[in-house]
Design a protein around this ligand. Structure first.
Ligand SMILES: Nc1ncnc2c1ncn2[C@@H]1O[C@H](COP(=O)(O)OP(=O)(O)OP(=O)(O)O)[C@@H](O)[C@H]1O
Length: 244
């Protein structure tokens, strides 16, 4: 792989098979013995290819359900692709409401597990532990299992780990939408600091200002398709037109 690339996606796609829930009840099954559960396929991500260079901040735009989160999870390796492949060049962190963190573990335990996944030694994690906790402002909840956290608290923890542990590639799925104002200000400071230089970021957001301010390129998705991938303003224009 050419070393200037952080992510290469080639002919990737993902289809979900969904069975209608109503068929899961005993009553419904008894009355519909000869009528099998209905299922349908959702083509969440349709065949697409693209490259993201190291140090780029890429925006992903599209209406609800168009496949942005699924694509992000394919890139981060949370889901396997049905076709094609994704090549990743660097350590990754997906900060999408705690994906990549275990909800059965405490914040403290998650910091150590995530730090290890990012390739850090225990001593290295010890050294940045307090910084992570203070940045996330979660000191009093440090020994609480994160299943009891609000989505904003989980997002703060994930963001703080990734920023302080130095993930090379960050997938930020609506990070600005779940945090409170104070957290959003912190996240913006990170985006505007030198820390972000050289990092690769994939940013899913419905905020055009955020995409416009920080993304060098953007993708516009519709019904699982990558309709456009390139100039940020052009992608925003297409998204706005799709919302008319
Ligand atoms: N785990 C899953 N199982 C089945 N279907 C799924 C799953 N995840 C997503 N889908 C379906 O795939 C499609 C794309 O969903 P996805 O969450 O990727 O969209 P999105 O663009 O991120 O939406 P939003 O802006 O609302 O977050 C939707 O139709 C959704 O119902």
């Amino acid at each position: 792989m050419d070393n200037s690339f952080a992510i290469q996606a080639k002919n990737i796609s993902k289809t979900f098979h969904i069975t209608e829930d109503s068929h899961n009840t005993v009553k419904h099954r008894l009355f519909n013995i000869f009528n099998p559960p209905r299922s349908k396929n959702v083509n969440a991500v349709k065949m697409m290819s693209f490259d993201i260079k190291k140090g780029e901040c890429i925006g992903l735009l599209g209406r609800n359900g168009c496949g942005k989160s699924t694509l992000t999870k394919l890139m981060a390796g949370v889901y396997q692709t049905d076709t094609g492949y994704v090549k990743i060049n660097g350590s990754t962190m997906l900060m999408n409401l705690g994906v990549g963190m275990s909800h059965e573990l405490t914040a403290r335990e998650n910091i150590y597990v995530s730090g290890s996944v990012l390739g850090m030694k225990i001593k290295e994690i010890d050294a940045i532990f307090d910084t992570i906790v203070d940045f996330a402002e979660l000191r009093e909840f440090i020994d609480t299992k994160i299943k009891y956290f609000s989505s904003g608290m989980v997002a703060r923890l994930g963001f703080s780990i990734a920023v302080n542990a130095g993930a090379d590639i960050m997938f930020l799925d609506e990070i600005f939408a779940v945090g409170d104002v104070k957290f959003q200000e912190k996240a913006i400071k990170v985006f505007e600091s030198s820390w972000i230089k050289g990092k690769t970021v994939v940013l899913v957001s419905h905020s055009m200002d955020t995409i416009r301010n920080y993304c060098s390129r953007a993708g516009f998705m519709k019904n699982g398709e990558m309709v456009y991938f390139g100039d940020t303003e052009k992608a925003i224009e297409l998204y706005m037109a799709d919302n008319q």
